[in-house]
Design a protein around this ligand. Structure first.
Ligand code: F6R
Length: 602
């Protein structure tokens, strides 16, 4: 959701910014723009609605520039349009900024300082740049002071990059709540929302923290707080392989990422194995978890669905009561907490604003927290006490697939290591079980043709669909339904199979696709009965069952795995059904409409 890039140095800023923006495309956006300072010290602004490809067509490629800033915008204040696209400029065009986040008091700021200024966009961002100009031009402040004074007046979240065209040898940056990194190079420096955007230029990054300002020139990079105290911070090396960011021969990242899941399972076992080949997790995490009386899992979307499976694993294996909460609800309607809570934040990106606002509160309450994330150094990772990484490699497709299965696998490892220490389980079977899971996943990803046929038969023209299941199969149904709706736009509900008859069955018509997931022996008969109830009312039914529980006419039979890990496998055909349904409908599989990969606003 929104992305920032900035560059200052000897190379052509234009190309570096445009390439960087392409790498941020996965975050979701609906317009984009760059502002570059040409070698003759003239500013050039290019903005376009829609894709980066359109922006590239608009850019004057004859301009040679060695400094600039760029942005992908996911609309919040004001429709997606060239007028609202970033960068935004002050009326004098002296100041130009890009901004991620949401300024909550923009109306108050406008009323207090900018009543006489004619705004040209509907964005909250324009308020920021006009305010900087106001302090510099009306009050005569130096640029850095005007910048600081402006951001101190702001409430909300922001990551900002700023250029003052009277001194284009510096790019300024600041952040609060929204992520921003500074990248160090030899004779150049960069700014970016995440390391992926600039990994081709450098792998050395410095984190900018909340309420800090960076002053970036081609040869230097300094950070200070709003009071002017200089802050020294070492860089870290981003372990990103730029090849991981390419699709290779795949038509879409989503398909590549679905296919990578068996390898991710195997990699996770290696990453969490100690020198004796036992699964191992930082003892401090296990001790803190075992000292707690209740686990609270906080997450959004697909990560929330992984959390539902995680609850079952932690309760069954480590026998610690566990609650799972949608982060946007928990923060403002916090339930009565237990005496010794332990918080687990699950977030592929590690940047989700809804989850972060809960973490800010639990930190204020000094409650222990663990983040399970794919992105080392992400905001949630930095701000929680502990981190467990997903090691899934970059997930570029907006629809999450390999991160979901990696989240469940990491929670399974956590539960097993805790269970062994607590004595609630006697022997370790997970390495073996995850190996079987990886093989089962492989069988399913190799069966794409069959799943593509089923997608055509069941989902090609339907406007709505249902996934049903009980227990873990219900949790997978929720994820399966989210996957189908987000990329195919088929209105889909994931439903507890037994609950359907209490009202929602009224929606079943002739031909409505209803897909049952059946991997749990104790409820298999009940789920099949509920599916029959829909069939009797005209539903076009499909069954995804597990070997051993299957019946001859089941459409998809997944190989047998440890039932506690069945979501890792039963979800695979549902991911593929969504993929092929979206593909057949001619949608942009990787970049579904209205969605963003990294949801950095509440
Ligand atoms: C769906 C999807 C989203 C995310 C949600 C949370 O495919 O990806 O539902 O799961 O926005 O994002 P993270 O996991 O980054 O916190």
């Amino acid at each position: 959701m929104c992305g920032i890039v900035g560059y200052i140095g000897a190379k052509d800023a234009k190309d570096i910014l445009l390439n960087g923006l392409e790498k941020l495309e996965y975050r979701g956006y609906d317009s984009a723009g760059i502002y570059v300072m040409s070698n003759e010290q003239r500013g050039h602004l290019f903005k376009e609605k829609g894709r980066i490809a359109a922006l590239k067509d608009r850019v004057d490629h004859s301009v040679e520039a060695n400094a600039g800033i760029g942005h992908t915008r996911w609309a919040t204040h004001g429709e997606p349009s060239v007028r609202n696209a970033h960068p935004h400029q002050s009326t004098s065009e002296r100041f130009t900024i890009v901004h991620n986040g949401v300024i909550e008091n923009y109306q108050e700021v406008r009323d207090a300082y900018l009543e006489d200024i004619e705004l040209v966009s509907d964005t909250d961002t324009e308020i920021i740049v006009q305010l900087i100009a106001w302090f510099a031009e009306e009050e005569g402040l130096a640029t850095l002071d005007a910048f600081k004074k402006a951001i101190v007046a702001l409430e909300g979240s922001y990551a900002i990059a700023l250029i003052d065209n009277t001194n284009p040898d510096i790019v300024y940056a600041a952040k609060n709540k929204s992520p921003l990194l500074l990248g160090k190079g030899d004779g150049f420096n960069v700014i970016c929302s995440d390391a992926m955007a600039m990994i081709k230029e450098t792998n050395q990054f410095v984190e900018l923290m909340d309420k800090e300002v960076a002053i970036v020139s081609k040869d230097s990079l300094s950070i200070e707080n709003y009071a002017g105290d200089v802050i020294e911070r070492d860089h870290y090396i981003a372990e990103l392989d730029s090849d991981d960011l390419e699709k290779g021969t795949y038509p879409y990242y989503m398909l590549k990422e679905i296919d990578e899941q068996p390898a991710v399972m195997r990699k996770l076992v290696l990453k969490y194995q100690d020198e004796n080949d036992h699964l191992s997790i930082d003892p401090k995490i296990i001790d803190t978890l075992l000292a707690s009386d209740r686990v609270y899992i906080i997450a959004a979307g697909t990560s929330y669905h992984a959390g539902l499976v995680g609850k079952k694993l932690i309760e069954e294996v480590a026998q610690i009561p566990t609650e799972v909460h949608v982060s946007s609800e928990f923060g403002y309607n916090t339930p009565l907490l237990s005496e010794k809570p332990f918080f687990i934040f699950i977030s592929q990106s590690g940047e989700t604003a809804d989850s972060r606002q809960v973490l800010v509160k639990t930190n204020e309450m000094k409650l222990p927290s663990l983040t399970v994330t794919n992105v080392a150094g992400s905001t949630l990772s930095r701000e929680s006490d502990f981190t467990l990484l997903l090691h899934a490699g970059p997930e570029i497709a907006v629809a999450s697939t390999k991160a979901y299965t990696a989240q469940i696998a990491v929670l399974a490892i956590l539960a097993e290591v805790a269970g062994l220490k607590k004595g609630t389980i006697k022997e370790s079977t997970l390495i073996h079980d995850l190996g079987i899971v990886a093989n089962a996943m492989q069988t399913l990803v190799d069966d794409k043709d069959r799943i593509e046929e089923l997608a055509s038969e069941y989902l090609s023209i339907s406007r709505n669909a249902f996934y049903i299941g009980r227990g873990m199969d219900y949790h997978v149904s929720l994820e399966a339904a989210l996957k189908l709706k987000e990329i195919s736009y088929v209105q889909t509900e994931g439903f507890a199979a037994g609950e359907l008859k209490h009202g929602t069955i009224a929606l079943i018509e002739d031909g409505t696709p209803v897909i049952a997931i059946v991997t749990e022996g104790k409820v298999a008969g009940h789920t099949r009965g509920n599916l029959q109830e829909t069939k009797a009312r005209g539903a076009h039914t499909m069954v995804i069952s597990m070997d051993g529980l299957n019946r001859p006419d089941d459409q998809i039979v997944i190989p047998k795995v440890n039932p506690l890990l069945s979501p890792l496998v039963s979800v695979i055909p549902t991911q593929l059904l969504s993929y092929f349904c979206s593909l057949h409908r001619g949608n942009d599989v990787d970049k579904p409409r209205n969605l963003a990969k990294s949801v950095t606003v509440e």
